[in-house]
Ligand binder design. Structure first.
Ligand code: SAM
Length: 285
């Protein structure tokens, strides 16, 4: 049996890099292990010292902070890794799990390459929370980070994901939600979409519908706060519309308009009266 809280008490952590997930809104979501590690770390590498300082203050922890954002120099990373070889170094981002659309990838990669132990202290992650609550298929998903800002690049990125048989998960911002929903409505009008907003916070909401219906909602209620946008996988709804003209022509070669309309209606589910009217047109033409 494993101990309930296997992290050693503060001050006795092994050297290494500890990737520590922090709350995405609700401070109550910090884990007991995260607190232990932050308390025991000799250094906390963080995306923004002010943001990390606030969290640590809330936890009553005094720590030495070192900024580590996407612009950190190789020398800064090397210094942090050197320290991690001798003592515990925690890595936090502004919110959620470091490396998930947040800094840390290079540090972790280089630390591992140099034989320094890397441990993950799991916790909040907006993508996972959104996926868990949206009611879209969760057995396969593809996390694609932020969509590009420019319209053309955004559409190209979406198009490149069209054939992925999984729920797509994007990070989104309130000002860009409208354009992303418009692009999705155009490309995939039938897919189920979810907008998960302000997760773990007072105004948390998760809305589902087609991209067009969500766009209509947010046109009237402009979204605020932080957003995860999810798009369900391609489904049966999305099968290309049947070429009913071709089917009718084939049926008309064998049968009259009434029977042909009946056959095609049965095969496609399209309304029989509509097909009958079209069959008469095709026969007349
Ligand atoms: N590393 C973080 C994580 O694990 O979720 C994500 C950092 S990324 C820079 C910030 C984006 O995550 C936001 O723009 C939003 O798309 C998403 N996000 C973060 N917190 C959120 C929340 N409380 N509700 C909804 N989305 C959130």
């Amino acid at each position: 049996m494993t101990a309930a809280f296997p992290t050693p008490p503060a001050g006795t952590l092994e050297p290494g890099v500890y990737i520590v997930a922090t709350p995405i809104g609700n401070l109550g979501d910090i884990t007991l292990r995260a607190i232990d590690v932050l308390r025991g770390a000799a250094l906390v590498a963080c995306e923004d010292t002010r943001v990390a300082g606030k969290l640590l203050k809330h936890l009553g922890i005094k720590a030495r902070l070192q900024r580590l954002d996407d612009h950190a120099s190789p020398e800064t990373r090397a210094r942090i890794i050197d320290e991690a070889r001798q003592m515990p170094v925690a890595l936090v981002s502004d919110a959620g799990t470091p490396l998930i659309s947040d800094p840390g990838f290079r540090l972790v990669r280089e630390a591992r390459a140099r034989g320094v132990t890397v441990t993950s202290i799991p916790g909040p992650c907006a993508a996972i929370s959104a996926l868990a609550m949206a009611g879209l298929p969760s057995d396969r998903f593809l996390f694609a980070g932020f969509l590009p800002v420019k319209d053309k690049a955004r559409v190209e990125t979406l198009e490149s994901l069209a054939g992925v048989a999984a729920t797509l998960v994007f990070y989104e911002t309130a000002p860009r939600l409208e354009r992303s929903l418009a692009a999705i409505a155009e490309l995939w009008p039938a897919r189920e979409v979810a907008v998960a907003r302000e997760l773990t916070k007072l105004h948390e909401e998760c809305r589902t519908g087609t991209a067009a219906s969500l766009a209509a909602h947010y046109a009237v209620h402009p979204p605020k706060g932080e957003i995860v946008l999810l798009v369900g996988p391609p489904g049966v709804d999305e099968a290309p519309a049947p070429d009913t003209d071709a089917l009718l022509r084939a049926a008309l070669a064998e049968a009259g308009p009434g029977k042909a309309a009946g056959i095609v209606a049965k095969a496609t589910g399209v309304d029989r009266a509509t097909l009958y009217a079209r069959a008469l047109e095709l026969k007349g033409g």
